[in-house]
Design a binder for this molecule. Sequence first.
Ligand code: NAD
Length: 542
Amino acid sequence: MNNTVFKFEIPQNESIAAYGPRSNSRLKLEKEIAFLLSAKTEIPLIIGGKEVRTGNLGSVVMPHNHKHILATYHKAGKQEISEAIAAAMDAKNKWMSLSWVERASISVKAAELISVKYRHLLNAATMLGQGKNVHQAEIDAACETIDFLRYNAYFASQIYSDQPRSGFDQLNRLEYRPLEGFVFSVSPFNFTAIASNLNMAPVIMGNTTVWKPATTSLLSNYILMKIFQEAGLPDGVINFIPGEGSLIGSEVIKHKDLGGIHFTGSNKTFNFLWKSVGENIEKYKSYPRIVGETGGKDFIIAHPTAIPAQVATAIVRGSFEYQGQKCSAASRAYIPISLWNEIKVNILRQMSDIKVGPPTDFSCFVNAVIDKKSFDNCMKYINLAKNDPQVEIIVGGEGDDSKGYFIQPTIIVTKNPHFTTMEEEIFGPIMTIYIYEDSDFIEVLTLCDSTSPYALTGAIFSTDRYAVVDAMEHLKYAAGNFYINDKPTGAMVGLQPFGGSRKSGTNDKAGGPLNLLRWVNPRTIKETFVPATDFKYPFLKS
Ligand code: NAD
């Protein structure tokens, strides 16, 4: 019997390991890289806790060396999809009836397993499979995953303790039931931590999930699934089904017990999921809760009072870390003409030091983009820029996919603030800059607000407080995460809850308690101690 009223304290964010040459962590990581390179992992489905092999195989290759098969995986067919839903539904009652402290203890145990036992394996898989350098892998696969798992226990404890007032005559309670049915978690390739949280956030609140991972991140995602099991996650609470997105999506969405969708990925996929829910709306027991974080066209605006070296560094880091494949990556900038020359010289100096190559070469700041589709997409935009007289490529503009999908970090300068690369999400290492007259600062804020359909992240650089306030005011709805004198990437769990609106998603703020509230279906319980025995109120008496 557990009759304690337990409270998880607010955690510290996980420390970021440096991986300096000959450090202990570097040596351990290199060992795991060598292991994964030679292992050719076989990835089964995991349904109701059991490994399932369909024999319908696909391959996971490395972005920096696409001939190397890192893993093979079994694809789900219709039968396995329906088994996964049944397993999630079977596991639901026992899981939701378990004390939330027991559920949270599995979350914090998984965090500790990653921190001390599987950190280097998970980082190595993220480096090789998703093409991240060691620092990018560490801040994602290790630190952010751990932070989500630990903070969610704290957020859950806050939510459960939030109760209405009672009186001598009545007792009022709010019961935070999980959603009815199962949650469909659909994860993107670019963050191991997001894949974890898309499942573990609903799960800590008592839900069970059917998880469709992205094929290109399967190796790290499979390792995550094994870690959750080792942490004590009961069978059927998360059901891991790799395979074709379109097949899995259309099968799952038409199920009557769909309780919610937890999605991160492109607008195209999210629109498909939302429309399909609409088409199936008559079938469901409840209106499914839809949470989706999608694309971005994230900006940096420099005011004439900005410090050029800070703006240049924000552009280089914000645009090119992880090859611009963060939803928050800077991809358009507005620079005043008075600062442009100094900022340009500084950017070009910094970029001349950037090495592009495989993540196994620790001196490479930029690695390969995720796959052929992404490579072709980046080259399409670069070629558009090469053929337009209104724009100039000042650095980069080349790609080579003979061995890996490498795109040179590219900066386009445009005279047209509505040039395609100022408006559309590219999701690669391409930044477009528009130079404005210093006196047009306020007009540029309006221009920035109306240029792209997205509203995820953005940054203002200025040493003038009035200009900062003008930017915050004019760009109120242009970004869900707004930065003052910082690059628009690198949100940390618990510190900067993350998400944007407009075409960037439902803005349910992963990394904060608001997201967890989306996975509950509260019930209010009022108990009256001495109920009335006559319908007549005093005012009825003559
Ligand atoms: P994607 O939409 O191509 O894929 C996301 C997931 O959806 C994958 O698992 C994929 O297999 C699956 N999928 C594809 N079609 C499906 C269908 N019909 N039914 C069900 N599932 C389907 O996105 P991606 O390329 O993996 O990720 C990149 C995108 O994610 C970018 O647009 C980026 O901005 C966005 N993103 C947003 C955030 C955020 O917080 N806003 C964070 C990370 C990534």
